[in-house]
Design a protein around this ligand. Structure first.
Ligand SMILES: [Zn+2]
Length: 600
């Protein structure tokens, strides 16, 4: 995925734009005003892959790009190739960049690009220990701290596309420069304060709620507007709360989360149902064939929910994370890793165009390449979401066959998972602390293993019964007692201790809240965290007409050579239908697909 994305960035002129801005190459600006961000996102993803699996060739390639970024950066730290190449004029170039720096932020994406630069820089620094990119980021952030703020002579700007807020908090965490955190706060505090600002043009007449700018964030109660912008803002608020609690922001963000999760989320964990404005629609308006559910907004949902978990320690956020990860997010990329969806419908007749250049199937790239590059940065960052620590508590949030090492109370702990999850519910965790120590090992028990499809009542299992969780420690059966969604196992842990968990993984029938009109009388199918669909390819070319009876039983079968290895479901009836995980659809060309089956 990473080489593919770099190749596309090269082919489309995105990388040359830095060379031209830096005077290293003659040429004109190619593409559009926010394209710099794509390059930074791929660099961020590449940095995570170095962390996971070092590759000297890739390391050197990144260094060669960083030379271009440094050349393109203006002496005062400003970095935005379209303006540097075209100067501050409203001439022939993309006018949405605005006549002068930050004068048209809701169109220019200058701060959005800066945010992606910082995230790439932090990832690169953490992966390689090198500061060449981090220095460019801090030079840019220092320029922003000087330019934007409440002091006389400074500009009051609200970012047109949120991202800088999250990035500044992240940059603060590695540099300890408090002014970065303060600037992030300033950006969030100024949203909805048109009385305080002089600069916020809305030439497209999108309206303030598109930008979550309708009222101050502390007074917001609902998830509205452009879904990626919105969730990057909400994630930043949660992130800031982990550093300093604030009852007003806390209350607002919990209300907004309840609204988004209980009323505006697809069963895939995808959000932003409406194509017009790539936005959250009204409560319970979740069309299937015309779903928008941008891949980026699934990623934003993951980031937001993870920050909510870090803020609260509550497992429900990781339940939403897991649902989104295996379904709404993973569906955004092909099994081969070099084809993508921008728009993610919940049903397809195999012909209709989904929009945004998606056509009726996956594409290798898009003119607006936000989604492929966002997948490229998110997927390799996944190891960072598996565990968490708080004081001496060790949280296991995701189940993945893996080896890790982390610190609990400054004590290095090796932690290995052996599992075939999500195809099998058996997970063996081996803990090896450097020094034997007493601490709570808190293992998240996914909502699905406990009869709950998703927090709230938007989607429920037809049969809520679950078999008990089987827990053994060093081979000895132990009662599994849940505390806020976690099995909290406090004991003296020593090297080689083994915890085995067996979660029953039956095929579940999911029904929607009856307020979702499009899903009335319909059933979806899940097994573990994985949502299933029927695709025409496996069902004589037809999927939309398949019906399911509420009593329908299934056989599940793991097929290691099929679409990267996955478990298929076969209905146990005369006309046996074959179902595959939703994420794996459209890997064999355009064809019919359905998630919600009409009841027989
Ligand atoms: Zn996108």
């Amino acid at each position: 995925m990473v080489p593919h994305a770099f190749h596309e960035c090269e082919e489309t002129g995105r990388i040359d734009n830095f060379a031209v801005a830096g005077g290293l190459k003659k040429g004109v600006f190619k593409g559009t005003r926010f394209d710099d961000s794509d390059v930074f996102k791929v660099v961020e993803g590449a940095a995570y892959t170095l962390q996971n699996n070092y590759n000297p060739k890739l390391d050197h390639y990144l260094d060669s790009l960083i030379v271009l970024f440094a050349a393109a950066q203006e002496p005062d730290g400003y970095l935005y190739t379209i303006r540097t190449i075209n100067k501050d004029t409203t001439g022939s170039y993309d006018w949405i960049a605005g006549p002068t720096r930050y004068s048209f932020e809701n169109g220019s994406h200058e701060l959005y690009i800066a945010g992606h630069l910082y995230e790439a820089a932090v990832a690169h620094y953490q992966a390689t220990g090198k500061k060449n990119l981090l220095d460019i980021a801090t030079k840019n952030a220092d320029h922003l701290v000087k330019t934007i703020g409440p002091k006389p002579g400074q500009m009051i700007v609200v970012p047109g596309h949120q991202e800088i807020e999250l990035a500044l908090v992240r940059l603060y965490r590695v540099t300890n420069k408090k002014e970065y955190l303060d600037l992030a706060h300033f950006f969030v505090d100024m949203r909805g304060r048109s009385d305080k600002r002089t600069l916020f043009l809305d030439e497209h007449k999108l309206g303030p709620s598109y930008f979550q700018d309708q009222v101050p964030v502390v007074r917001q109660k609902e998830a509205v507007g452009h879904a990626v912008r919105a969730q990057y803002l909400y994630a930043a608020v949660a992130d800031m709360l982990t550093i300093e609690d604030d009852p007003q922001y806390s209350n607002a963000i919990r209300n907004i989360w309840n609204d988004a999760t209980f009323k505006k989320q697809y069963v895939t964990g995808g959000v932003g149902a409406r194509e017009d404005g790539e936005a959250f629609d009204a409560a319970y308006v979740l069309p299937n064939e015309n779903a928008y559910a941008e891949t980026c907004s699934a990623i934003a949902n993951l980031i937001w929910n993870h920050k909510m978990f870090l803020y609260t320690g509550e497992s429900k956020y990781m339940d939403v994370f897991e649902r989104t990860l295996y379904n709404g997010f993973l569906g955004g990329m092909s099994v081969s890793g070099n084809q993508f969806f921008y728009v993610n419908p919940m049903a397809s007749n195999g012909v209709n165009d989904f929009g945004q250049g998606t056509g009726a199937t996956r594409q290798k790239w898009f003119g607006c390449a936000c989604c492929p590059t966002n997948v490229t940065r998110f997927l390799p960052s996944l190891p960072g979401y598996v565990y968490a620590t708080k004081a001496n508590e060790l949280f296991v949030n995701l189940f993945m066959d893996s080896e890790s090492e982390l610190r609990v109370n400054n004590n290095p702990v090796k932690i290995n998972q052996k599992t075939n999850y999500p195809w099998d519910g058996t997970i063996k965790i081996t803990l090896s602390p450097a020094k034997a120590a007493t601490f709570p090992l808190s293992i998240r028990i996914p909502g699905w293993a406990n009869g709950q499809a998703i927090p709230g009542d938007l989607y429920t299992y037809q049969d809520k019964q679950s078999k008990p969780i089987v827990l053994t420690i060093n081979g000895k059966k132990t009662p599994a007692i849940l505390e806020n969604g976690y099995l909290k196992l406090t004991r003296l842990w020593k090297a080689g201790d083994e915890v085995t968990l067996a979660l029953d993984m039956p095929v579940r029938k999911v029904i929607s809240n009856e307020n979702i009109k499009t899903n009335q009388g319909k059933i979806a199918l899940e097994r573990g965290p994985v949502l299933y669909c029927a695709e025409g390819k496996d069902n004589q070319g037809k999927a939309l007409s398949i019906t399911m009876s509420p009593e329908q039983s299934f056989t599940s079968e793991y097929q290691k050579d099929f679409l990267g290895g996955l478990t298929v479901l076969k209905s146990n009836d005369a006309k046996a239908s074959v179902l595959i995980p939703y994420y794996a659809w459209a890997n064999r060309g355009a064809n019919e697909m359905v998630i919600w089956f009409n009841k027989k």
